[in-house]
Design a protein around this ligand. Structure first.
Ligand code: CA2
Length: 144
């Protein structure tokens, strides 16, 4: 069974430790546990990096080995055509996920490049959004 890749971009390793009014108090380790719980017996690769290159390498890995991608690209959402190009090569479903509702924020957070490759876009459910996204991905993959 091919895994679901849950990929996280820059600064999300600090989740739960700053700006709790926007991002909540759940840590990334707790988010990973929520995703594993939601995935049940389905294999799941949960990763975070502060490097654009590493994120792209993981998308390439997922192209070869993954069933679906849930991605919170963080600031690369709004800057990275290279990430968009990599995601466009992925043949399966992609959920773009944001903890906060980016559309309630400043205009610089309104234009996502990643959305042009995404099957679905989620924003504003807080950390719980990850579990919702993994369940939606399983359903989409016909795995439950
Ligand atoms: O809401 C999200 O999930 C974001 O993708 C988070 C990004 C931000 O650039 C996007 O606009 C929305 C990253 C936020 C900065 O990293 C933090 C990590 C932990 C706690 C606070 C901020």
């Amino acid at each position: 069974m091919k895994p679901i890749y849950v990929l996280n971009g820059p600064n999300l390793n600090r989740l739960g430790k700053r700006e709790p009014e926007i991002y909540g108090t759940t840590t990334l380790a707790e988010v990973e546990a929520m995703c594993r719980d939601a995935a049940g017996s389905h294999p799941l690769e949960f990763r975070q990096t502060n490097s654009e290159r590493q994120l792209i390498e993981w998308v390439h890995e997922a192209i070869d080995e993954g069933a679906g991608i849930v991605i919170n690209p963080a600031a690369f959402t709004f800057t990275s055509l290279a990430l968009l190009d990599a995601l466009k090569m992925f043949p399966g479903p992609i959920v773009e996920l944001h903890i906060s509702n980016i559309h309630r924020r400043e205009p610089i957070y309104h234009k996502s490049y990643v959305s042009m490759a995404a099957t679905a876009v989620m924003a504003g459910f807080g950390a719980e959004g990850y579990a919702i996204a993994v369940r939606a991905m399983l359903s989409r993959l016909g795995a439950n």
